[in-house]
Structures are given as structure tokens and as C-alpha cells.
Design a protein around this ligand. Sequence first.
Ligand SMILES: *Cc1c(COP(=O)(O)O)cnc(C)c1O
Length: 413
Amino acid sequence: MYSIKESLAAELAEIREAGLEKAEREITTPQGPRIRAALVGQPQREVLNFCANNYLGLADHPDLIEAAKDALDRHGFGMASVRFICGTQDIHLALESQVSDFVGTEATILFSSCFDANAAVFEPLFGAGDAIVSDELNHASIIDGVRLSKAARFRYRNRDMSDLRAQLQAARDGGARRVVVVTDGVFSMDGYLAPLPEICDAAEEAGALVMVDDSHAVGFMGETGAGTPEHFGVSDRIDIWTGTFGKALGGASGGYVSGRREIVDLLRQRGRPYLFSNSLAPSIVAATLRALELVREAGELRTRLVENAAQFRARMSEEGFDLLDGEHAIVPVMFGDASLASSIAARMLELGVFVTAFSYPVVPKGKARIRVQLSAAHSPEQVEECVTAFVRARTSLDAGAPLDELAADDADA
Ligand SMILES: *Cc1c(COP(=O)(O)O)cnc(C)c1O
């Protein structure tokens, strides 16, 4: 009989043969613009890192490390409880209040991750008789969260406002009671922003709420870093905000739902990942509080991030690479062919620059790309090194020359 072990092995082999296996790189340094890394089992090497969500460079910031150490002394290591039993410290409440203050909402509830925040938010708020209208490219955690709700589901084409209107109409025609439009603030594979003003208009006409998952923007988009709603000047039109502490805001872990008080209060009573999962660790809470303080004063870091992204986009265009247009620190360099994108990324790693190639099914067939992510911690010289590595990797593949020969040429020069 065909055993479970054999069928799992066959499934794994299928993934491997399709070239879809994800291999981890082992890093032996703190996260930062320059790290030591290698595929597990291979010798470590120093590389420039252009694939972290470390947008403001806070992941190894000394103030955050100090705040975390201090919290270990004052607040201990763990809470050994969910929030509502005995897992709420003063700093958990302070962080909720600070997030509300930062994004400009009435109330906030913490989760262990934004994945959990999105898993929690739909089921208590939208049930049978309600409707959720969701962008087709929304994050996996939104898709999973929507699945947990009994509401009717409508999907609109990515950032397509006429399709959004059609789906809102369909929801209304179906007699939906509560309707919510949900979108990522920034779509992570393209770096495209959701057109929030138009989304708010369409939702308002249909009497629908608007929810934005701003994980790839909170901390660095908008004048004060409050995210894409601030960037577009529509903060007061957003009903539900979710976001992560695991990207620009220090990069450790944790997430939140923020917005109208009644929404947050109901999630405290009914949100399953809140009721049945442990409190965020005190050291992470305290360091994230410090991260929010830093981000408030981080105008300069935000400017540097914008400049780094602009420099990279301009230089890569000059070198003839095909980029997706945009202004975000996610810059997709398009190759089309999956094996070309992954060969370029592999060559670049040999040249000391760590970037990641993405292909189907993460992005559409024929749209393989290398997604570069800039950080405020990159120097202009490091950004230029990244561009140079792209050029050299392309040249070496065009010439069909093994990379070590090119490297040898360099050594001679
Ligand atoms: C990264 C991300 C998440 C997940 O955040 P975690 O806190 O790591 O769980 C959710 N939504 C979006 C849009 C994201 O980019």
C-alpha cells in the first residue's frame, strides 16, 4: 500500500523538480545591510543584503536592543498567559495606545503577528449576511482570514476600480448587511500602492467600510510615517488598519488591528488569535515602543530611504534594466524567464549581493523578477554596488562565461 511517507516524499520531489523549492540561507550576524550568510551547509560569506523588509534599518538599532534588554530586567522574559487572563502588562497597554496615536485611530489591539491580526479580524465582524470585497493580490493572511468568515466573498482585479465597483454592486444586490473593502496598502510583489482615495470613494458610495493592511508601509510612507492612508491624505476615511511590527518598526514580530473603538473592543471579546494565543513577549513590546519613538523622529531615515530607492531606480534604468514603475522601496527588476531571474540572483550572490528571484506561482507566469528592497541603512555606495552586481551578472550570463573567470579578469585589472 502507498504509505503516507511515500506520498509526502513524492509531493516534495514534485516541488523540487518544478524548481519551486525554497531553500533557507543561514545568517550568522544580526539583520542589517551587510550580513554573513550562506545556504545551509555551505561556507559563510559577507554579502550586502537587498531582500529584507528592514526599511528604516532599525532591525539591529542599539536603542532597540537596549530597550529589549531593559525590559527583560524590568518585565521579565515571558507572560505565560493570553492577554485576558494574566498576560497584559503596562507596556502592552502603552504600545496599543502608542500605535493608535501613531496611525491616528481611536483604539488598537495587539496580536503575535499581522498574520494573526488578519486571521482574527474578519470572522467576528463579518458573518452570514455580510460581504467582504477583496483585492485579488491581497496578502495570504487576508485570504486565510476571509476564509474563516461566513460572509459572502467578492474578489476584484488588482487595483481595478471599475471591477471594485462591480463587485460592490454585486454585494449590494445580494442584500449584504455589512460590507467591507479590504486591500493591502502596498502590494509586495510589485511595490504598487493601492489607490486609496478611489477605493474610499467607491466604498463610500456603496456604504462599505474600508480596511487597509499597511504592513509594507507603516513607519515610512506618509509625512510622519503613518503609512499609505497618510501618504494619500485619507487617514480619516479608513475604518480598519492592520500592520506588522516585523518590517519597518524594528522587524521583530507582532501585529495589530487599529481603528474605530467598537471594532477593536469587539475583537477583544471575539478575536480567536487574541483569546487563544499567548501575549507578545515584553522585550518585543518595549523595543517596539522605542521603535515608534525613533520613527517619530525618523524624518531623515525616511528621506534616505526615498533617496536610495530613487538612486537605484534611476541607475538601473540607465543600465537598461526593465523595472516596474513606482516610488516604493520595493523595486522589481523584471526578467520574464524564471531560470534567467534565478541565474542572475545566484551570480549576484557569488558577487556578494544577496537578492531574491521570484517566479510562478508567487508571480504570474512569464513575469519572473528579482525583487530588490532598499533600506535607509544602505549607503549610496552600497546601492551602487548592487547595480554593479546586476550589470556584471547580466554580462557574465550573456557571455556565457563562468563567473570566476570574470572575477579573475577583475583581479588582473
Ligand atoms: C508581512 C505581511 C504580513 C505578515 O506580517 P507578520 O507580522 O510577519 O505576520 C501581513 N500582511 C502583509 C500585507 C504583509 O506584507
